[in-house]
Structures are given as C-alpha cells and as structure tokens.
Ligand binder design. Structure first.
Ligand code: ADP
Ligand code: MG
Length: 822
C-alpha cells in the first residue's frame, strides 16, 4: 500500500537537498535568534533527536525571560513544557523513516466559533489551548498507532511524504453582527452572481448614498474599510454616477502598486462596460493607458507625484483618491503633503484618503481633523495556526502545507504569500512536480502566480472562477495583502516574510532584503481567509516568534529608503525648504541631508541647494537620479543608444534570465554566452541587441532562456521619447565600451568598490565589505575597480550588475565627490 515509490522519494530528497543549499543563503538573513534555533533544529533533526531539540528551542526562548518571570509567565512556561512532553510522545509514535514532520487538524472546526477569543486571550488561558491541543494530538496519536490497519480516510497519509504540524493558537474574530446572519455563499452561488449582483453584495454598497453625501459636504474625507469592501473599485464609480465627472474632469485614484492599478482599472472598465483606456484607464511608470475620454483614472502614487510636474494644481481632476494610504509608501507619504497643500487653494477639489487599517485617526489629524467615513467590515472568523518549531525552509514548507490542505481540507482556494518572483517560480515548480507525481490521486489543483513582472493576461487569471471540484492556489507577493482582493480564498499560508528596501544613511548604501513582516501585515494576510466564509490561516512560524519577533507595524518607507529621487522631484516642484515640508512622519534628518549631498555631487543642485539646469533635465526621467545622470551623460560620451538600452534592461532587471529548475544547466550555459568581460551592463546590452537582430523573436527568447523582453522594449521606447524631450540625439557607439562605462560611472560613482584581500571588495567611500554576486560575468575576474548597480543583502552584501571601471574616470566624472590622492 505504500504509494510513495522509492525512486520518487530519492528524487524528492535530492530536490530537497538542492533547495536547502540554495536556501542556506536566505537562512542567514532571518534575525539571529531565529537562525540559531533553526540551525540547532536542523542539526538535531539530522541526528533524529527531535525531542531533545525541541527542549533546546524552548530553553532558548526562555533564557531571555528567566529572571523576570511573572506568575503568569511561569504558568505559561509550565504549560509549554507540558505541550512539549506531549509533542515528544507524539514524535515517538510516528513512523521514523517518514519525514512526517507535522500534522494538520482535519476538521474545519467551524462550530467552535461561538465565543470569540481575542488575539492574546488564548495565551492567557493556557488551559483551553492545552485542552484543544491535547485533543488534536490524541486524535492524531491514536490515528497514527492505528495507521497500519489502513482504516479509511487515512489514505492521504500515504500520499503525503511529509506534513507540517500546526498548533491552533488563536482565532481572529469575525464581525459579530454579520457572523450569524450572513449565509455563507457557496462557490456555485458566488459564480452565479452577475456583475451587478456582485456590486450590490459588496459591503460598501448600502453606504453608497451616505458616501456621496459626505463627499458633497466635505472637501477632505478619510475612508476606512476592510480590504475587499469595494473602496477601490466602487467609490470612483459612485462619484462618477453622482455627477462628479459631468464637466469632463477626472476622478483620479492612486495605488501603491503597478499591478493593482492595472488590474483594478480593468475590473472597473468591465463593470462599467467600457473599453479599458477609454472612459476608464490607468497610468503607470513607462505606460499610459488613458485617452482624452478618460474620466476615471487609476495610477501609481509615483505617477501622480510625477504629474505634479506638468500640472501642479491637478486642474484636470475634480476628485483625487489617495488609496491604500495605510501602505505608507514613499510616494504616498509625499502625496499627502502635496494634496493637502493643493486642497487649500482649490476648494473645488475633493480629496479622499482611503485606508484598510486603523490609521484613519492619524490621517484625519494630519488633514486638519477631516471626518472619517467608516465602512463596517464583513469578516468571518479565521482560525490561526502556528508551526510548532521554526521552519528551516519556508518555500518547501509552503509546498508541503499546500498539499496538506489540498488533501485534508474541504474545497476552497488557497493564498500563499511569498517574497518575490524567483521564490514564487521555485514554489510553483516544486508544487507542480509533486502534483505530477501524485497524478489523479488528488483533485485538480490550479497553481497561479501573481507578481509585478507577470504579464497582465497572466495576472488576470487569478480572478477566474475556480471550476467545480477543483481548487485554486494563488502564489502571490504581498501585493495580495491589501491591494488585490481575490474572492473565495479560504486558506492563507503565511511564511512571514517580505522583500524590503533598506537604506543605511551612515554609509549611504541601499539594499534589498527579505525581512520578517510586522504583526499588522500578518493580520492583514490572515484576514484574506475570512472574506467569504470562515477560514484558516497557517503561519509558518511559531506563536512565540509572532509575539516576540515581529514588530507591531511596518516602518513607513520614507523612514527607511534613499530619498534621492523624492528630493529631486520636490525640488523640481519648487519646494525648496524640505526640512519644513508637511510630512505625516518626517524622514530622518541624516537621510534628507544625504539625499541633498548626493544630488549636489551629481550636479543636480547648486551649492545653495537650488535645482540646476542639469537637475531639471534629470527630473524629466522617472528613474533614480543616478540613472538619470547616466542617461544625460550619454550625450557627452556619444552612446545614448546603448545607455537607453541598458537602462531599460536594468529596469526589468532580475526578471530577464529565466531558470527553470529542470533546465538549470542549459539556462546557465545560455546565460554565459551573453557574458561580456566589461561587465554585466554590457551583457544585458548584448542580450537586447541580439534579440533585436532576430527581429524581436519570441522563439529566440525561448531558446536562450530569456524573458520579459517585451517590457524592456516598451520601457526603452518610453526612454527614447524622454531623451527627445531633453533634446538628446540617439547615437550609437557600440564598440567604445569605455565610453559606455564612463557614462554609467557619471551616474553611479557612488557605487564604486575596490578589490581588497581575499577577493572581497571595499566600497570607495566607506570601506564597507561587499562581494560580487555569483551570477555576475565578473565573478571570477575580480577587476581592481568596479561599479555596481545595486546591493542585495542575503548572506552578505552582494553587488548585483557590476562593470569594470578605472579609478581615474572617477576624477573625470565626479570631481565634486572624488579628489586625487595627495
Ligand atoms: P477594496 O479596495 O475595499 O479592498 P476592491 O474594490 O478592490 O475592495 O474589491 C471589491 C471587489 O472587486 C472584490 O470582491 C474583488 O474580488 C473584486 N475585484 C477587484 N478587482 C478585480 C478584478 N480584476 N477581477 C475580478 N474581480 C475583481
Ligand atoms: Mg483597495
């Protein structure tokens, strides 16, 4: 009866090992404590001394609190020890040779919702948690002992090679008034709803007239409502219907994310029965899908920020909605200050600030105590489960959890939060591989990815209704946290990480890293499971971790990223006194000063801090100031054609080289063929030019494991247009790579490092240790001086996209910044 074949098992183990190696890097970026306990966990696991290890973990956790234990904590500790004992017995009972790590509760437990248990309540009442846990464990222990009888219903035990055991720690209550009255919509019922019915079923619908009236009465309104209540899609339509566009002026709505702007615009066009780009359109960086007729315009916050340059009073808008305000992106934060200012001298402009969370009060205070319009939420309770011990590899853990849900839980779609495209692709491949091997033994599972670089027709697929009898699993970045609402999600899997930009204002270094999310994010994610029915959220971290390691809220972007771009834009808008700009939360002073210094060194500001002619031209480009400078410098070095291409390629960046897991070697060989010894920028140029020479052939991309080229071409076209606007002729100088590299250096002289002992590099200004990324063409070349495009922090600070330069160029291109050695 053992369905798992030995050969499959070996293949799986090999894959797992490979993945573990790849993930060793990722491992180390997790906060130290977590890594420590994880490492111990792994080592011990290998020796198969699971019980001991778990004791270790608990000891670790309590070391911190030993001296300051209160009565309650002592009780809690005792309780956890008991849990551990149970766990140990449980471990002994399991079949040793199977990597059956955890067990998932089998009943949906919907009936246990009679009394609400607040987030911390359960931890305060260890008895109830323990009882529940014991009950679960007993059930599974009994089940395991009896497994040899092959009683029916345990077939999945044999299907699944490994499982994860979750502990239900708490329940996120639903909205009390709705819980009993609201009948759960079954899948079939959901599908039968027409667009009109769907619109009427949204929580915002009963408040339509109140909302319109509130907008009529107040100039500024703060709107607060759960994700999925219909804020983004409905409010612009209501206002349009109420005549706010009658004079031909627009309703604008900003989104922090590109994907959201596109997808929501498409949805609203569909609801209104118009063609996307006509009455309803969207604008994102490098892409404008609007027309003269557009009256409802969705756009990214960055795009609106940019629109201020050409239309400082937003004259073409009657209403501006700053949506997803709680996301607190840099651009949204700056927009707050800009629109607040405009509202003062444009009393006819209506301003709506809409947010999914509890920040409404803060927004209201900022906007001179603007009234708050609350849309009562409609949420079903969500059971929250934690893993018993830290998961070493969360992508792997996701795959296991997905299969576990698929095999043991009633139908209902799954939403998984991963950190980026690469991870999503890995997860998708692992999952599809395992599904292939399971074949018809399990129901159909439709795997759909969604991330920013995914082509929009693929993105739209996540909204297609799931066919009867099948289950959908959406692998998403945190775009699905609040920006996009996918209906019918019942299960959420949350590994607890997201990708974030971090800026060190001391060293001026900015790097991209995977960091633990905040409690607020974790709860948003869990909330996605309770929109249409009671749901479950599986957190791939421990309850301890949640409580002690996650910050309460995510730090607003303005306080943690490089402000060069924002400062340049503000200066270009004529806002000179940045220190007194009306920020909701001001950026750290040093970050602001550093941005000013950088712009000065780039020549965008003069020594009075005023915008120069060069700075004004730089502000024309919707790219980082360093990139803008390189584009402008290409005029002097007569290689604008090449720099434009390189810029376009860098802007789609890591998405260019495709590495399917089953063809890694082929893909890597193909990639090496493009390598240019001058550096990675030139390799990217090679890729683009070869593709162009095949007349933009798709087949060529396929054969060379290259993707996202269409977007690169679109971006390139936009850039060519902008170059014309600043009157730079497009000229090619492909054989003079020194010129190309000098132009890049003119923008990126901040990002320069010099070879030091042991193959490491030290940054020129701050002597920070950095390393060339193994993917680079220069990885083994180790030139004396290099310039990097970006830093990515995984195990170390890796420089991604590097070129070789000569130190004397620095004196030539950045005399403000580099001085010759005395
Ligand atoms: P909110 O902004 O309050 O979070 P939305 O207006 O985004 O809510 O979503 C309201 C409803 O519209 C949801 O049920 C969501 O599933 C649906 N919806 C949004 N975008 C799309 C789309 N592109 N395709 C299908 N349905 C969509
Ligand atoms: Mg929304």
């Amino acid at each position: 009866r053992n369905i798992v074949h030995a050969s499959d098992r070996r293949a799986y183990e090999e894959a797992a090992k490979r993945l573990q190696l790849e993930n060793a890097e990722r491992e180390k970026i997790i906060p130290r404590l977590r890594v420590e306990s994880r490492r111990k966990y792994l080592e011990k696991r290998k020796e198969d001394k699971v019980a001991e290890l778990e004791a270790d973990i608990l000891d670790d956790e309590y070391l911190f609190e030993e001296e300051i234990l209160t009565e309650r904590e002592k009780k809690e500790r005792l309780h956890k020890k008991e849990l551990l004992k149970l766990a140990q017995e449980h471990e002994k009972a399991r079949e040793l040779e199977r990597v059956q790590r955890y067990h998932m509760p089998r009943d949906l437990g919907k009936n246990s919702t009679s009394d609400y248990i607040e987030v911390d309540e359960l931890e305060k009442a260890p008895q109830s948690e323990q009882k529940k846990w014991e009950k679960d464990q007993m059930a599974s222990a009994v089940f395991k002992f009896g497994a040899k009888d092959a009683s029916k219903g345990d077939e999945y035990e044999l299907l699944l090679e490994d499982q994860i055991d979750f502990i239900q720690a708490l329940q996120m209550p639903g909205s009390k008034d709705k819980l009993k009255k609201e009948p759960e919509l079954t899948e079939v019922e959901m599908k039968k709803l027409t667009i009109e019915e769907t619109k009427r079923s949204l929580p915002i619908f009963p408040f339509r007239d109140d909302l319109i009236q509130a907008v009529q009465e107040h100039q500024v309104l703060i709107i607060e409502g759960e994700t999925g209540s219909g804020k983004t899609t409905q409010i612009p339509q209501y206002l349009h219907e109420a005549g706010f566009t009658a004079d031909g002026k627009k309703i604008g709505c900003t989104q922090p994310r590109r994907v959201a702007a596109m997808s929501v615009a498409a949805r609203v066009a569909q609801e209104m029965g118009v063609k996307l780009g006509n009455e309803v359109g969207y604008a994102i960086r490098f892409e404008d899908c609007t027309s003269e007729r557009t009256i409802i315009k969705y756009m990214t916050d960055g795009t609106l920020h940019r629109e201020f340059l050409s239309e400082p009073d937003l004259q073409s808008y009657n209403v501006m909605i700053i949506d997803e305000a709680h996301e607190r992106t840099l651009h949204t934060d700056i927009l707050f200050g800009l629109v607040k200012d405009i509202a003062r001298f444009r009393p006819d402009l209506k301003l709506l600030i809409s947010s999914a969370t509890l920040d409404a009060q803060k927004f209201s205070e900022f906007f001179d105590d603007a009234p708050i319009f609350r849309i009562p939420g409609r949420r079903f309770p969500v059971d929250i489960y934690y893993t018993k011990a830290p998961e070493a590899d969360y992508v792997d853990a996701c795959v296991i959890s997905i299969l576990q849900i698929h095999v043991t839980q009633p139908l209902g779609d799954i939403l998984v939060f991963l950190t980026g495209q690469e991870e999503i692709e890995t997860c998708q491949e692992l999952l599809q591989d395992r599904l292939r091997r399971l074949g018809s033994k399990v129901k159909e599972l439709i795997v759909l990815p969604v991330y920013a670089n995914l082509p929009s027709d693929m993105q739209a697929k996540i909204f297609d209704p799931t066919p009867p009898g099948a289950r959908k699993v959406v692998l998403a970045t945190n775009i699905a946290e609040t920006s996009l609402t996918i209906d019918n999600i019942i299960y959420v899997i949350d590994p607890g990480f997201a990708k974030q930009n971090h800026f060190n204002s001391r060293t001026g270094m900015e790097s991209l890293m995977v960091v633990p999310i905040s409690k607020a994010s974790a709860n948003q994610r869990a909330g996605r499971a309770g929109r249409v029915a009671a749901g479950k959220c599986f957190r791939l971290y421990t309850a301890w971790s949640y409580k002690h390691e996650l910050e309460d809220n995510t730090v607003p972007e303005i306080q943690r990223i490089n402000l060069g771009n924002a400062v340049l834009m503000l200066k270009a808008l004529g806002i000179n006194d940045l220190v007194h700009f009306d920020f909701l939360d001001p950026p750290p002073h040093e970050t602001l000063v550093l941005a000013l210094e950088q712009l000065y060194a780039l020549g965008a500001l003069n020594h009075h801090g005023e915008l120069t002619k060069l700075g004004r031209r730089m502000a024309e480009f919707p790219v980082d100031p360093m990139m803008a400078k390189a584009l402008l410098a290409s005029e002097k070095y007569k290689c604008s054609e090449e720099i434009v291409t390189i810029t376009a390629m860098l802007s789609v960046n890591s998405a260019i080289f495709y590495r399917p897991k089953d063809k890694i070697i082929h893909a890597d060989t193909a990639r090496k063929n493009f390598n240019h010894l001058g550096g990675d920028h030139l390799s990217l140029l090679n890729v683009y030019n070869q593709w162009r020479d095949t007349d933009y052939s798709t087949q060529w991309c396929y054969e060379n494991f290259i993707q996202s080229m269409k977007r690169a071409r679109d971006v390139r076209e936009q850039l060519v247009g902008l170059m014309q606007r600043v009157e730079i002729e497009i000229v090619s100088n492909i054989n003079e790579t020194v010129n190309i590299r000098k132009a890049i250096t003119a923008g990126y002289f901040y990002h320069v490092a010099r070879l030091s002992k042991g193959g490491n590099y030290k940054t020129a200004k701050h002597n920070q240790t950095v390393t060339i990324h193994p993917n680079s063409a220069l990885f083994e070349e180790l030139p004396r001086w290099i310039l990097y495009h970006e830093l990515v922090f995984t195990t170390k600070e890796f420089m991604r996209q590097v070129i070789e330069i000569e130190s004397k160029w620095l004196l030539e291109v950045a005399p403000h910044y580099y001085k010759p050695k005395e």
